[in-house]
Ligand binder design. Structure first.
Ligand code: KIV
Ligand code: ZN
Length: 512
């Protein structure tokens, strides 16, 4: 029986640290359910001490998910660790992941601590965490740029204190595969008690090598856990992509000789869910989950694939869940079929009222669009007005006029705290006019840092899904809106972003 490679997913923690990718508690729970269906071994659900919102998200995930270990990040101090343990109470299997920086640069400039102080704090943190849970992971932040002898001393001590997993982050994405692989190998060889813990890799993608570095950490270094995110979501250039790691290890089992417990048919649904929830669109040529990943356009390739698939295909599209893109419901589908499809997609709405609202929206959409795909359903329910209390802003109606040679004009009706207001404006294009019409009333003063439109299921008949990223007073939020009319989708996305800006949260940076 081959060795097992543990898949540790940090989409909901490190992935969420990407500006604009922050998710609500309900969104996180929905993604956690999908990660459970994907059969990831460990879900890092958040950083419980960073905000009340994140605490509640970790708590609800810990109480709901049964088949994956649920983990919370915490800095190396008693308060963070206690908060993590509190949030994890009730989990079928719980892990605390505590970290402190060990590179000379981070210790001196960021922590303003001596190496001895860091060493002591790491020991105390792991000891404290081990009194609360049996499964404790320790990460020396910026580990790859740390002095190797100092790192060995710290890691040896935390193993003695009971750390069960040691994770070596390449926090700034500086590593190259061969050197990173040997770095892990050297640590394991030099540390006398290294066999008492599982070794883990955590690579950022600044030089586009996160997956290659992680695989080298596994192959050369002997690591048996990889930390990764769906679609490689994460700060700056992102994290190591889960789908690429899993499919590399599966497809090249001859080379890696490792087992992964993942249900690969859930990869594409997970990718879509994360992309739709965060508004981070997947590039078409992205390995495994990009729209073109299995498309053979050249005549020679098409001919080859028709004669024998394996001439040009090393993986089968259906093995990673591509067949999920099918028409699921239509105009005549009833409430029960709709409810069942929501359940299959992992969307559990809290009340009958929410299901009724979602079903009414589904019927409205089915009147305008004959084929309803899974993506349409997810877009319908990803609108936070369905699941949250009362939102400040709500879309009511929009009319706009544009004609060649004339300046477009839009008139919008929307609600502010339940009361209808009207706004009008012209603009460079119909979308610009519509958003200016909203702003003429909302006066948020927010700066738009991203606007993108995507066809949910490929053709012009599909719904347009719009992402609007707004920045205001240091906060960055994503709003998402979907509608067959992309100008309406844009207005909905803008209002959704304003709602997120309005709901102040008190997150603190995980790397702080
Ligand atoms: O990249 C990093 O160093 C981290 C740690 C907190 C594990 O995400
Ligand atoms: Zn990280």
């Amino acid at each position: 029986m081959a060795d097992k490679l543990i898949i540790f997913d940090t989409t909901l923690r490190d992935g969420e640290q990407s500006p604009g990718a922050s998710m609500t508690k309900d969104e996180k729970l929905r993604i956690a359910r999908q990660l459970e269906r994907l059969k990831v071994d460990v879900i890092e659900a958040g950083f419980a001490a960073s905000s009340n919102g994140d605490f509640e998200a970790v708590q609800s995930i810990a109480r709901t998910i049964k088949d994956s270990t649920i983990c919370s990040l915490s800095r190396a101090n008693d308060r963070d660790i206690s908060r993590a343990a509190e949030a994890l109470q009730g989990a079928a299997s719980a892990r605390i992941h505590t970290f402190i920086a060990t590179s000379a640069l981070h210790m001196e400039k960021k922590l303003r601590m001596t190496p001895e102080q860091v060493h002591e704090q790491a020991k105390l943190a792991v000891r404290f965490a081990r009194n609360l849970v049996a499964d404790v992971e320790f990460s020396p932040e910026d580990g790859y740029r740390s002095d190797i002898d100092f790192l060995c001393r710290v890691l040896e001590s935390v193993i003695k204190e009971g750390a069960t997993t040691l994770n070596i982050p390449d926090t700034v994405g500086y590593a190259v595969p061969e050197l990173y692989g040997h770095f892990i190998k050297t640590l394991r060889e030099k540390i006398p008690n290294s066999d008492k813990a599982i070794w883990s890799v955590h690579c950022h993608n600044d030089l586009g090598m996160a997956v290659a570095n992680s695989l080298a950490g596994v192959k050369i270094g002997g690591a048996r856990q990889v930390e990764c995110t769906i679609n490689g979501l994460g700060e700056r250039a992102g994290n190591c992509a889960l789908e690429e790691i899993v499919m590399a290890v599966r497809t090249r089992k001859d080379y890696f000789g490792l087992e992964v417990g993942i249900d690969a048919t859930q990869i594409v649904p997970a990718s879509r869910m994360v992309s739709q929830t965060t508004g981070f669109v997947v590039q078409p040529n992205k390995a495994v989950v990009g729209a073109n990943a299995f498309a053979h356009a050249s005549g020679i390739h098409q001919d080859g694939v028709l004669k024998a698939r394996d001439t040009y295909e090393i993986m089968r599209a259906e093995d990673v869940g591509w067949s999920a893109n099918k028409i699921v419901l239509g105009k005549l589908s009833g409430r029960n079929a709709f409810k069942q499809r929501l359940q299959d997609l992992g969307v559990l709405l809290d009340s009958e009222t929410e299901i009724n609202t979602a079903f009414t929206r589904f019927k409205e959409l089915a009147d305008r669009k004959s084929e309803i795909f899974d993506e349409d359903i997810l877009a319908l329910v990803s609108d936070e007005s369905l699941t949250s209390e009362k939102e400040k802003y709500g879309f009511v109606s929009l009319s706009q006029h544009s004609e060649t040679g004339e300046r477009p004009h839009a008139a919008i009706v929307f609600t502010v705290d339940g009361k209808e207001v009207h706004g009008e404006s012209d603009g460079n294009g119909p979308v610009d006019a519509s958003l200016k019409a909203i702003e003429s009333h909302a006066k948020s003063g927010a700066e738009m840092v991203l606007y993108s439109v995507n066809a949910i299921s490929g053709s012009t008949e599909s719904q347009g899904e719009v992402t609007v990223r707004l920045q205001n007073s240091g906060r960055v939020v994503n709003g998402i809106g979907a509608d067959p009319d992309i100008v309406v989708a844009s207005a909905k996305a803008y209002l959704s972003a304003l709602n997120k800006l309005h709901s102040k949260s008190d997150r603190v940076a995980a790397q702080g």
